[in-house]
Ligand binder design. Structure first.
Ligand SMILES: Cc1cc2nc3c(=O)[nH]c(=O)nc-3n(C[C@H](O)[C@H](O)[C@H](O)COP(=O)(O)O)c2cc1C
Length: 215
């Protein structure tokens, strides 16, 4: 099937995006509102953008009424009215339901930490708290927000953040900075309401060597 995105209804574009781009890592993003309320929400349009300097990105889309989601309002740069900071926490199997639960839209002034029963812990460098139960936390300063369709329903926003401090639980790391995936237990998002676990993995070399390796 050949498809022209301009001829697709917006919900179908969305379904194709999340069905094809799989599996997606999930950023469990904590922010703090200018009023001081803690906010926590999952975002699967998420990835690393570079390691020198350590840079991440995630994409909070506009709400159906075209307004920006609370996470974006909170983390956008100070000169745009936000605090300019956020924390990326892990989305992991032991509290998977709390990750999905934190997507509940709540009124301003109500914290998803309370709704889902996770614990805010002080961050080292930034004001937003990290999730105490999370096996890692990347404290970030917002570098830039790129808006693909400002004010439009579902319009995309790319938040680029510089990692200014990391917490990683001691038992996850060996002396060579390798992270143990069996202890981390990250989950990923698929299409629809689907998720995946990361217990089924395989290894292969890169480049030509991959073609010669036994399958
Ligand atoms: C696993 C998961 C991944 C999500 N990924 C995204 C995403 O990448 N972008 C987005 O705009 N919303 C995403 N959502 C929906 C937001 O989490 C939801 O709109 C949330 O209420 C936003 O919170 P906020 O308004 O406090 O910022 C996702 C929801 C779930 C459960």
């Amino acid at each position: 099937m050949e498809l022209d995105p301009h001829e697709l209804a917006p919900p179908d574009r969305y379904k194709l995006m999340i069905g094809c781009i799989t599996p997606r890592p999930i950023a469990f993003v904590s922010t703090i509102a200018p009023s001081g309320t803690f906010n926590l929400a999952p975002f699967s349009f998420f990835n690393g953008a570079g390691s020198n300097p350590m840079t991440v990105l995630f994409c909070p889309a506009n709400r159906p009424d075209g307004h920006e989601k609370d996470t974006l309002c909170n983390c956008k740069p100070r000169d745009e009215g936000g605090t300019g900071q956020f924390v990326i926490n892990a989305a992991v199997a032991p509290y998977a339901a709390k990750v999905a639960g934190a997507a509940e839209p709540l009124d301003h002034g109500v914290s998803e930490f309370d709704l889902v029963g996770l614990t805010p812990a002080p961050s080292r460098v930034v004001a937003p708290p990290r999730v105490a139960e999370s096996p890692f936390a990347f404290e970030c300063e917002t570098q830039q927000v790129i808006r693909t369709n400002p004010g439009a329903p579902g319009g995309g926003n790319v938040v680029l953040g510089r990692v200014v401090h990391l917490f990683v639980r001691d038992d996850l790391l060996n002396e060579r900075m390798h992270v143990d995936p069996d202890r981390l237990q990250t989950i990923g998002r698929m299409g629809g309401l689907g998720y995946c676990r990361t217990g089924d993995r395989f290894e292969m070399p890169m480049g030509r060597a991959a073609l010669d390796a036994p399958s």
